[in-house]
Design a protein around this ligand. Structure first.
Ligand code: ADP
Ligand code: MG
Length: 258
């Protein structure tokens, strides 16, 4: 038995009087796809922020591949192999699709936008082998025809695909997706489901925050359920239906809203 890839213990975070995350404890074994679900405001995104260095916990610990992430910056964490997405896709707006993926591959997270852009231009001239790898990734996410388009001009769905292409380029150990199906049409939704499956087949560990429960049921071996900042259940999806705390947390929840 190897240690879990991610171990979260007693994680706590308040914003003023709001207890966004309270004594949150769960772990994610290497190679699994784990769902993180719960009603709006349950604290899911805050957990993702804390784990990825975008927020500082008030207390508690986070270990990734046996190493404490306490006090580490997001760019340092991403270079350790932990990549997260946001509910609203983030991309280098004024770089092309191709350069966006090149940058993800080169792991330039710590550099300023300006330096990254200059570096991207240099890469365009110098780094042919990497470009071949990036082309393969663009093919995989059906972005080849858009490779010279500025990211700012992509549709919402295309931005999601670009985000997945950037993940593939970075070759992370752990991927945390915050509502990847939010606002996407069914065709793209299926494509995103496939992409998550492919990441898992490549041996990557995935945490997926999602309101789309059929997707969670299909994709995730284990599910962690949060409500009001706390973990209220965890285990296989099939066991959740009969869990009174889970049923109660979901009563009256409108699943069409993210
Ligand atoms: P979820 O992702 O499960 O919908 P969040 O983690 O976004 O939940 O939010 C948990 C709670 O913390 C909510 O009540 C939310 O309003 C609050 N919250 C989240 N981020 C902030 C912030 N930066 N400042 C103040 N309150 C916040
Ligand atoms: Mg959220």
């Amino acid at each position: 038995m190897s240690a879990p890839l991610l171990e979260i213990e007693n994680l706590t975070k308040s914003f003023g009087g709001i207890h966004a995350v309270r004594q949150c404890t769960f772990s994610v074994p290497e190679g699994q796809v784990v769902g993180l679900i719960g009603p709006n405001g349950a604290g899911k995104s805050t957990v993702v922020d804390l784990v990825s260095g975008f927020g500082r916990p008030d207390s508690g610990s986070i270990r990734f591949a046996g190493q404490s992430l306490a006090g580490k910056r997001p760019d340092v964490i991403s270079r350790l192999g932990l990549i997260r997405t946001f509910q609203t896709p983030r991309e280098w707006r004024n770089l092309t699709v191709m350069d966006n993926v090149l940058l993800a591959r080169r792991r330039f997270g710590s550099e300023s936008l300006w330096r990254s852009m200059t570096r991207a231009r240099r890469l365009r001239r110098e780094e042919e082998p990497d470009r071949a790898a990036v082309r393969a990734i663009l093919e995989r996410f059906q972005l080849m025809d858009l490779r010279n388009e500025f990211a700012v001009r992509l549709s919402g769905g295309q931005k999601r695909l670009l985000e997945f292409a950037r993940i593939a380029a970075a070759e992370p150990h752990l991927i945390i997706l915050d509502e990847p199906m939010g606002g996407v049409n069914p065709v793209l939704g299926a494509r995103i489901g496939e992409a998550v499956g492919q990441f898992a087949q490549e041996g990557r560990t995935v945490i997926v925050v999602e309101h789309n429960l059929p997707f969670i049921e299909k994709t995730c071996g284990q599910v962690v359920v949060m409500d009001l900042g706390e973990v209220i259940a965890q285990g296989p999806f099939s066991g959740l239906r009969d869990n009174p705390r889970v049923v109660e947390a979901y009563l009256g929840m409108d699943q069409s809203h993210g």
